[in-house]
Design a protein around this ligand. Sequence first.
Ligand code: CMP
Length: 410
Amino acid sequence: MSASGWDVLVAAMTTLAGVVIPLELVIGLQMPAGFVVFEWVLTVLFAADLVVRLRQARQSRHGARRRSHAYTWAVMDGIAAFPFFLFPLPPVTHLFRFFKFGRLMQEMRTYWMHNIHQSLVVRLVLFSYWLVLATHWSSCVWLMIRGIDPRTDIETSYIGSLYFCISTLSTVGFGDITPSTNAERLFVIGMMLLGVGVYGFAIGNVASMLTRIDPARAHYIENMEKLDAFMRYKAVPEDLRKRMTDFYRHLWDKRLGYDEAAILMSLPPSLRTELSLFLKRDVIQRVPLFKDAGEAFVRDIALQMSPVVFLPGDFVFRAGEPGNTMYFVSRGELEVLSKDGKTVLALLRDGDFFGEIALVLNQPRSASVRARSYCDLYVLDRSLLQRVLANYPDVASRIEELARERSLRG
Ligand code: CMP
């Protein structure tokens, strides 16, 4: 999810308000005309934003609780939009604009939740944003407590204050500026405590960002390490060990390190169908048999198939074994071997299927099937196939036809 242009504009103006208003209050920026224009812009923009949010809340598909939550926020937005500057009120009432930061925080949180794939980067950017603002605010507060030095100009006073706040926040604290009143000391204590938290947060996040730059690789390495420890513990023979390692490497190459079935199972039914369709559409559409079977069939079958991987030289099954599953080739090459294992009856490639004879004719496997390369297959078991085919007699009769034809050939 990306933020809309409107959201960015409101965030930018809120930030500008967050920078200008404290300066106006503390230093008394000499720009009355400009300030009134700025206040008007804020009023109109925040009011428009309030209308936009209310409309979004009304159209929202989320439950009543979320909606009432949105109305609570609308009250805060309303306060932030109110033109206090038009009334003879103390200037401190300008700080009511800061209520908009509550909304901004909520928006940032939503943005972060929706961009979890780069959550650490987003978090660091947001952290820097708040750090810069907080430093500015604390500089203003320090200026307010200390007062502007009459021997220098406003910029020098502000820069001096910024220098003091940053050196205290970053826990450097040169000690060239020291607090002398109780208020100043209390402020500095607060800054130091904040500084320690900020420092810890920054270090912790940068460290975890470095280790989590590629979570898929971390997952793979973790799997490999576990596997390696297991194989050593059980003294698995070298040859078998190599095949197991190769298998994991294949999963990694094909980016199959994640358990597709487990991820699918964790989703609600509607999303599960969508995702299985997306993952398996490719293989389903490459199977000529299913090409013109229609969308409903594709949806049904996508949900029932689960992925399996075979290594070069692996037998998927051997002739004579009982058969309860049929397979679709997503990627790879396999050979069909005669009962005696001496003749190659056929080669199967991407988009082919096999293992249907045992299911359709209710008999043991008529031939053996062996993988020639790494093979990504999808497997469908007897009861699921029968359930699907009961609804699609066209596809059922085509599978039966091919089964008879192949069994005569074999
Ligand atoms: P089944 O008998 O269940 O198990 C072996 C599978 O090999 C069989 O189903 C068919 O899917 C496939 N098969 C057998 N003979 C041939 C052939 N001549 N050409 C292609 N595939 C075959």
